[in-house]
Ligand binder design. Structure first.
Ligand code: SF4
Length: 386
């Protein structure tokens, strides 16, 4: 995440590259392909998304109970469970396991690598630990559902000495049956055509060819989202990628402000809460509030509501510029007073607003022209009122 000045600079550099049309055309092609895939995979895609949204809502609302049940069932199954609050603790846990088993070869292959600033893997000989992602974990029975992106990785994961699965706390589901519809939705992603064939379910440590299996439950700011009833929706995300394809902001600025695995509407919505409204509140303004992301999101996250909430918090905490606050104070007073809205007062007011608040180099920011007679006047004339 970047602070406002850095963010503006990065965005300006990205715009200079002039790849907006290319990104837009690619996104349209992906959207069309995704629609085709959805029609092939589901007889009723709308119904599937309703189910997916319900499953994710239910999981997030009972996340505390599910995680405790998951840990208890993992212990019974011989899988060791660790917890990490942030990237520092994640690294500590990885190093502790490496020391315990005397592992010199740690291979990290995870979507969370950038989020947690994990060091890149170095190829070393010796006993090996593979750090991978758990796409979902389920509490009853304890299951790790992991995605192998290639056949090579499938073969590799059969030969390591220790496997550590990094599971964000929000990847929890109550049962493996819940995962079925979610995996099918993920399979419609046009950039990952064969992922359905590459999911593995690990239910007990001995199923992993005798290698020790660990699950590291990572929080990294997710509890902060849980606290707020509106922001909590973001934890339902299953990384389908649909919102990135439909976002006009992503078409323009690509990954700017985030990275390959975390960008677009999801990042813009969570950044203020995770990084602090003072430094990262500007992310809430990277949206035209058109609601297109809400429409395409298979788990029905309401991005418009979340971005408005983030803006509202900034106003409450008095983090918006003085000029903007003054503008809205004048605006509110005007809207609440009938006499101010009479047409005689509009032109002087227009002059003040345009000069004070809407000044721009090109002079294109202007209030719309008003009709010669106001609705109020017309109404009075028709009813012969004074
Ligand atoms: S938030 Fe975006 S990436 Fe996550 S499930 Fe919804 S559409 Fe997919």
């Amino acid at each position: 995440m970047l602070k406002e000045t850095e963010f503006r600079k990065t965005v300006a550099d990205t715009l200079k590259e002039g790849k907006t049309r290319q990104r837009f055309e690619q996104a349209i092609a992906h959207q069309n392909q995704r629609r085709k895939n959805n029609n092939t995979l589901f007889s009723d895609y709308e119904l599937a998304t309703k189910r997916a949204a319900y499953i994710r809502w239910k999981s997030v609302e009972s996340i505390d109970k599910l995680l405790i049940a998951f840990e208890a069932n993992c212990i019974k199954a011989g899988i060791k469970v660790l917890w990490a609050l942030d990237s520092e603790q994640t690294l500590q846990e990885i190093n502790t396991i490496a020391r315990k088993y005397n592992l010199s070869n740690i291979e990290v292959n995870s979507r969370l690598q950038q989020e947690l600033n994990l060091p890149l893997s170095e190829s070393v000989n010796g006993k090996k630990m593979l750090v991978r992602d758990a796409t979902f974990i389920t509490s009853e029975p304890a299951t790790i559902i992991s995605r192998d992106e290639s056949e090579t990785m499938l073969r590799q994961s059969a030969s390591e000495d220790v496997t550590l699965y990094l599971a964000p706390i929000d990847s929890i589901l109550s049962s493996p049956y819940d995962a079925e519809v979610l995996i099918s939705i993920l399979s419609a992603n046009p950039t990952q055509p064969n992922i359905r064939n590459n999911f593995r379910m690990i239910t007990a440590a001995n199923e992993n060819h005798g290698a020790a299996v660990y699950v590291l439950l990572v929080d990294n700011g997710r509890s902060a989202l849980l606290e707020n009833i509106k922001l909590r929706q973001l934890l339902r995300c299953i990384n389908s990628g649909a919102c990135h394809e439909s976002s006009s902001v992503v078409h323009s600025i690509g990954f700017s402000g985030g990275h390959q695995n975390d960008y677009g509407p999801l990042l813009f919505a969570k950044a203020p809460a995770l990084g602090g409204y003072k430094d990262f509140g500007h992310y809430a303004y990277n949206t035209p509030l058109c609601g297109q992301c809400n429409v395409v999101c298979p788990v029905r996250i309401d991005f418009t509501d979340i971005n408005l909430e983030n803006r509202h918090v900034q106003v409450q905490q008095k983090l918006r510029p003085q000029k903007e606050r003054l503008f809205y104070m004048v605006w509110k007073k005007t809207m609440l007073k009938r006499e101010f809205m009479n047409w005689k007062a509009v032109n002087p007011m227009r002059y003040c607003i345009e000069t004070l608040f809407l000044k721009s180099k090109t002079g294109i920011r202007k209030l719309p022209e008003v009709a010669p007679v106001s609705f109020n006047q017309q109404w009075r004339e028709r009813l012969a009122l004074k």
